[in-house]
Design a protein around this ligand. Structure first.
Ligand code: TYM
Length: 338
């Protein structure tokens, strides 16, 4: 078998992040860390989903800057832009085209049930736009365009993934096999990292309070300060349970970085006070992010290299996406181009 046919036989992974803020430790532990583990075994596409980010008002200059920084953080975390396709969603117009077609195969009732839509419409009650409502359909298009087998994401995306599977099955039932029906891939620990300030809420890059999250590019002293200020409880003992959500979250962060089991971590640190335990967590977070931050600073200096990746990878993604889009257009009865 030639290398090319072997490569073609590999299963496909697709995942993405919105450039809607500085990506956080939650994004890293819930998704990006897993991507770097899977990147050699699969044919991978990692997208910067900039069209999704438009569902909330963005400052145009900031959005462009953050999109580029996100792309560099993917690479700095260990993704390989020569082997993995790392690209901007807006550079491949097939995403928006397929999303339109799939809109016609998705029900209002399904979209009405999406908890992320409900949450976001509460948070942005001044701007509940149609894009926010059909957001999961664009996400389904992202995934289905590449005949994706596996989607590594955090827990908060499981409902969107179910919808993607439902839409794919519906389309396949109507028109015959067109889309691979994808599976989700969630980390065992770290699939839902919580806010450091309100540990019953998920850590979010769009939180107004920067003390609630650790950004991947936060300098070590900032990481230490934020963890020291993390909200805990008055129980005073290191234990893993829902009555102590702050400590539970810190244990999850620690274990998803060190890959040590929760039981042995709790046992090892059981005698420590919260202050000392927070410092242990801070140490592993700082060390985990140090190489990423160093690589990021190097990449920042290499504008030409980053530009070439953006261009080449968008072309690769467009080529693959066009195949699925052609097939879909033919199946639904759109005329061939002449
Ligand atoms: P986004 O940008 O909100 O988050 C990116 C990834 O990070 C995960 N994540 C978390 N994991 C653990 N703890 C947290 N607190 C946490 N916060 C976020 C998310 O689950 C996600 O994996 N809709 C997606 C982007 C998207 C996408 C796609 C993903 C668009 N198209 C196609 C996969 C496939 C989103 O908003 O991610």
């Amino acid at each position: 078998m030639t290398t090319e046919t072997q490569a073609e036989k590999k299963k496909v992974i697709f995942s993405g992040m919105q450039p809607s803020g500085n990506i956080t430790l939650g994004n890293y532990l819930g998704a990006l860390k897993n991507w770097t583990k899977l990147k050699d075994e699969y044919n991978c596409l990692f997208c910067i989903v900039d069209l999704h980010a438009l569902t909330v008002r963005q400052d145009p200059t900031e959005l462009r800057k953050r999109s580029r920084q996100l792309l560099m953080q993917y690479i700095a975390a260990g993704l390989d832009p020569e082997k993995n396709i790392i690209y901007y969603q807006s550079h491949v117009s097939a995403h928006a085209e397929l999303a339109w077609i799939l809109n016609c195969y998705t029900y209002m009732g399904e979209l009405n049930r999406m908890t992320q839509f409900k949450e976001k419409s509460q948070r942005h009650s001044e701007n509940i736009n149609a894009g926010l409502f059909t957001y999961p359909v664009l996400m389904a298009a992202d995934i289905l365009l590449y005949q994706t087998d596996l989607v590594p994401v955090g827990n908060d995306q499981s409902q969107h993934l179910e919808l993607t599977r439902d839409v794919a099955n519906r389309f396949n039932n109507l028109y015959g096999q067109t889309f691979t029906v994808p599976e989700g891939y969630f980390p065992k620990v770290g699939a839902r990292i919580m806010s450091l300030q309100e540990p019953t809420k998920k850590m979010s890059k769009s939180d107004e309070n920067p003390n609630a999250y650790i950004a991947l590019l936060d300098p070590p002293d900032v990481i230490v300060r934020k963890l020291k200020r993390a909200v805990t409880d008055s129980e005073g003992k290191i234990a893993y349970n829902d009555n102590q959500p702050g400590i539970k979250n810190l244990i999850n962060i620690y274990c998803s970085i060190t890959e040590e089991s929760i039981e042995s971590t709790v046992e090892r640190f059981s005698g420590l006070g919260y202050g000392d335990f927070k410092m242990k967590v801070a140490e592993v977070v700082v060390e985990e992010l140090r190489p990423l931050q160093e690589k990021f600073r190097e990449l920042e200096k290499d504008k030409k290299y980053i530009d070439s990746i953006i261009k080449n990878n968008a072309e690769k993604a467009s080529y693959i996406a066009a195949k699925t889009l052609r097939k879909v257009k033919r199946k639904v009865g759109l005329p061939n181009t002449i």
